[in-house]
Design a protein around this ligand. Structure first.
Ligand code: ADP
Length: 363
C-alpha cells in the first residue's frame, strides 16, 4: 500500500522481504532476504537513498551502519531500538512522564512467579511478540506456571473502556500532524484488531488529550515517519499509552478512503521531508480485517466478494497472499458512510459475509 502511493509520485522502490513469494515479489527491485540478517540488510541498503521499514524486527545494527554511511534511515535506528523491545518502550514512557500501566520488568519465568502480589497482570514478552503473540493475562497464582520464560514484563491489568489509536507523523523539519483517534475492537481469540471505527466515539476532551499525547511522544522521540500510538481509555476516564508502532499500522488502513491523506502518503511525505498532508476525516469509516477462517489452511479462496461489492461505500483490499491459515491477515475492507449506525450495520454485514477459506483444506 506504501508502494501503491509512491508510484503516483514516480518514486522507484527496492524491496527486501524474507518470503520469495511475498505479494510484492512480482514487482521491480525485489530481493528475498532476512530482515534480521546484518549482511542481507547492508547489501540491500547500500543500493538505496532512503530506507524505511514496515516491521520493527529488523537488523538495527545494519541500519545504524547504513545511517552512519550517510543513508537516510526513517524511522531512525535509535527509535527502532527503543520500540523493538516492550521493556525499553515502557521505560521510555515512564522516564518521560507519559501515563502508562504500572509494570515490573522480569527476566524469566521464575522472576514472574515471585510476583503473585502484582496479579492480576498481563505478562508480555519483551521482544518478537506481536498481534497478540507474546501477551497473556495472568489472573491468579495458578496461572503463574504459564509465565513466559524469557525477558519481558508484568503489567497491571487495566480496566479498559476502549482501545484507541492515534497515528502521528513528523517530517525532518519537525512539522507534526496527527490523524483523529480511531477505536479498535479486538478479536477475542486472535488478539488482533477485528475491526475499527474512525473517528473513535469518545468525548472531545479525550480526543484532544489523545492527539496531544501522541504528538508529544513523536516529538520526544524526534522520530521521522509515522508512528501509531496505541492507548487505553480506562473505565475511570483516563488515557494510558499502551505501545508504539513506528510504521504504517493496521489502525490507519481506513485512511486510504476515509481521510483526506492516507497514512501511506503521510509516511512518504514525512520521510521525503515534504509538507505533511491534511489528516481530516472525509466521512466516518470502519475497517474490517479479513482473517483466514478457522480450520482452513491452504490456497486461499474468497467467498462473498460479489455480495459485499454490491454495498455502496465498500472498498476491498486483498493482499495477494497465496496461502491462508487460521487468523492470517489476508486483506481488509474499508466501509465509508456518513451515518455511524449504518456504518456499524455494514461493517457487521461485511464481517459475516466475506470469508477466506482454503480450496482444499489440509490443516
Ligand atoms: P501486541 O504487541 O500483541 O499488540 P499489546 O501489548 O498491544 O500487544 O497487547 C495486546 C492486547 O492485549 C491489547 O490490545 C489489549 O487488548 C490487551 N492488553 C495489553 N496490555 C493490557 C493491560 N495492561 N491490561 C489489560 N489488557 C491489556
Amino acid at each position: 500500500m506504501l508502494i501503491q502511493k509512491g508510484l503516483d509520485w514516480n518514486i522507484p522502490f527496492s524491496i527486501l522481504d524474507p518470503d520469495p513469494d511475498a505479494p510484492c515479489s512480482a514487482m521491480m527491485g525485489f530481493t528475498a532476504g532476512k530482515l534480521t540478517d546484518f549482511d542481507a540488510v547492508m547489501k540491500f541498503g547500500e543500493g538505496c537513498d532512503i530506507i524505511t521499514v514496515e516491521i520493527e524486527n529488523v537488523s538495527i545494527r545494519a541500519l545504524t551502519q547504513l545511517e552512519s554511511q550517510g543513508k537516510k534511515v526513517f524511522p531512525q535506528p535509535r527509535v527502532l531500538d527503543i520500540i523493538q523491545d516492550k521493556r525499553t518502550q515502557k521505560k521510555f514512557f515512564k522516564d518521560n512522564g507519559f501515563p502508562t500501566a504500572d509494570f515490573i520488568l522480569t527476566a524469566n519465568q521464575e522472576d514472574v512467579m515471585r510476583q503473585s502480589d502484582f496479579l492480576p497482570a498481563v505478562n508480555k514478552l519483551g521482544r518478537e511478540g506481536y498481534d497478540g503473540r507474546g501477551v497473556q493475562i495472568l489472573r491468579s497464582k495458578a496461572d503463574l506456571s504459564r509465565a513466559f520464560d524469557a525477558p519481558g514484563l508484568l503489567e497491571k491489568l487495566v480496566d479498559i473502556d476502549k482501545e484507541i489509536s492515534v497515528i502521528v507523523a513528523r517530517n525532518e523539519q519537525g512539522e507534526v500532524k496527527a490523524f483523529p483517534p480511531v477505536e479498535m475492537v479486538f478479536h477475542p481469540e486472535a488478539n488482533l484488531v477485528d475491526y475499527l471505527f474512525s473517528p473513535a466515539q469518545i468525548s472531545a476532551q479525550l480526543h484532544e488529550r489523545a492527539v496531544s499525547m501522541a504528538s508529544e511522544v513523536i516529538v520526544t522521540l524526534k522520530m521521522v515517519g509515522i508512528l501509531a500510538v496505541e492507548m487505553f481509555v480506562t473505565r475511570s476516564g483516563g488515557i494510558l499509552v499502551n505501545e508504539l508502532a513506528p510504521r504504517p499500522h493496521n489502525s490507519g488502513h481506513q485512511t486510504i478512503e476515509g481521510n483526506v491523506t492516507s497514512q501511506y502518503e503521510q509516511h512518504l511525505r514525512a520521510i521525503l521531508n515534504l509538507p505533511l498532508g491534511d489528516t481530516a476525516i472525509n466521512q466516518p469509516s470502519a475497517m474490517v480485517n479479513l482473517l483466514g477462517e478457522e480450520g482452513h489452511t491452504g490456497e486461499a479462496r474468497y467467498l462473498g466478494l460479489e455480495t459485499i461489492l454490491a454495498v455502496p461505500g465498500v472498498y476491498v483490499h486483498l493482499y495477494g497472499k497465496k496461502l491462508t491459515k487460521p487468523y492470517r491477515k489476508m486483506g481488509h475492507v474499508t466501509i465509508v458512510d456518513a451515518d455511524m449506525e449504518s456504518l456499524r450495520k455494514k461493517a457487521n454485514f461485511v464481517k459475516s459475509t466475506l470469508k477466506v477459506i482454503a480450496w482444499e483444506s489440509h490443516s
